[in-house]
Write a protein that binds this ligand. Structure first.
Ligand SMILES: *Cc1c(COP(=O)(O)O)cnc(C)c1O
Length: 387
């Protein structure tokens, strides 16, 4: 057996994001579940989330026995609109989840102020915001805890993977208890082997021209149950699978540890790619998002609102353009049975509009200046959404 890389990865990751402690899990959603459990979320509680998220973020709330409550987003950063938050807080609110969408930070000053007035803990969803700043401070250092993902589409990948971080000693102790209970399972040898094989395929075959295709393929294989997918069909249901609450494997931790060492450069690349898109889009007169001065994002994907999202997504692969579709609906992906998650159409109109209009552009390490030019040329042919 090779040396267990998990403790080193947990420490290295925590240091990178400015937290005292890290807890590595099989996926980001598992890290979220662990945090909710450690915070004592249970039956009858309410957890507030933005209405522009993945269903995988809502599942842990339901697994904990709590009710998700959705707050609409504001249209510039795609994050929870703090003006609408106060009205959603009740006596039963146990946690507010501040998701930092695409890499733009939520308005933490106002969210924390509202939460503090009622002593409600704020948990940050940092799955898309590694390295992003808000008033010069790192994502993940605002709430009582944060969770992170290293799934295929995230800032870096360990195949799949997740992390919970906190600098609160009391919560860290409670997380330790949650993890040492008999509920937490070790990943099986076979699924780790499959994941390792997928990582190898990903590294050698997936480059910008084929990612959209590879993603489609992965998704299709996942539905067939043939890969260790980021989401299996059983996860489109608010019932927790027996092996959901799972640790990270040593293999993922070794990959993660290497990725952490390279993050400085990777984040620099993402910042540069964002500037490129800003410039190229401005040059063609595209309405470029004017992000608030106090946020300095490291984007995981670059969102744009297009006139015809369906056409854009259909034509992009033929032009070798890698467009992302998320979020496809308020609780991504489109297959989510919204009513089972307490989401009624019309609840979050801005989130629904963004779901209809937004596609996202690649800024990952394999994308470069040529990718940006080709992508913007393509987007120009589709045209911007009419505000
Ligand atoms: C990917 C993602 C998650 C879940 O991460 P997994 O590692 O896939 O479980 C949660 N929230 C957001 C915003 C995400 O993008």
């Amino acid at each position: 057996m090779p040396h267990d890389a998990r403790p080193a990865y947990e420490q290295g990751f925590a240091r990178m994001v400015g937290a005292e402690r890290g807890f590595a899990f099989w996926k980001g959603r598992v890290a979220m579940y662990a945090i909710l459990r450690a915070l004592g979320v249970g039956e009858g509680d309410e957890v507030i989330l933005p209405g522009y998220t993945c269903v995988m973020d809502v599942n842990p709330v339901m697994y904990a026995g709590a009710k998700p409550v959705y707050v609409d987003i504001e249209p510039v950063t795609y994050n929870m609109n703090p003006d609408l938050l106060a009205a959603k807080i009740t006596e039963r609110t146990r946690v507010i989840v501040a998701q930092h969408t695409y890499g733009y930070l939520a308005d933490m000053d106002r969210i924390l102020e509202l939460a503090a007035a009622r002593s409600i803990p704020v948990v940050e969803d940092c799955c898309l915001s590694l390295g992003s700043l808000y008033r010069g401070r790192l994502a993940g250092t605002f709430g009582v805890a944060a969770y992170w993902s290293s799934q295929w589409n995230k800032p870096y990948t360990t195949g799949i993977g997740g992390m919970a971080t906190t600098s609160d000693p009391d919560l860290a102790a409670r997380l330790e208890r949650v993890c040492s209970g008999d509920g937490l399972v070790e990943p099986g040898g076979k699924e780790v082997l499959m994941l390792r094989a997928q990582l190898a395929v990903y590294r050698t075959c997936v480059y910008p021209r084929t990612t959209a295709l590879a993603q489609t393929l992965f998704r299709w294989l996942t539905r067939k149950g043939a890969v260790v997918g980021s989401s299996s069909t059983s996860e489109f249901s608010p019932e927790m699978a027996g092996d959901f609450f799972k640790r990270m494997s040593g293999m993922q931790a070794r990959v993660g540890l290497r990725a952490v060492r390279r993050q400085e450069g990777a984040m620099q690349h993402r910042r540069e790619m964002r500037r490129r898109y800003d410039e190229l889009l401005q040059a063609i007169g595209w309405p470029v998002t004017d992000v608030p001065d106090h946020t300095d994002p490291v984007l995981v994907r670059y969102p744009v609102r297009v006139a015809d999202k369906q056409r854009a997504l259909a034509e992009a692969p033929r032009r070798f353009v890698e467009l992302g579709s998320w979020f496809e609906c308020p609780l991504h992906p489109i297959e989510t049975p919204l009513e089972a998650y307490g989401y009624e159409p019309g609840m979050c109109p801005e989130a629904e509009r963004a779901s209809r209009e937004v596609v996202n552009l690649p800024v990952h390490p394999r994308a470069n200046a040529a990718t940006a030019r080709r992508t913007v040329d393509f987007i120009a042919g589709i045209g911007p959404a009419q505000g």
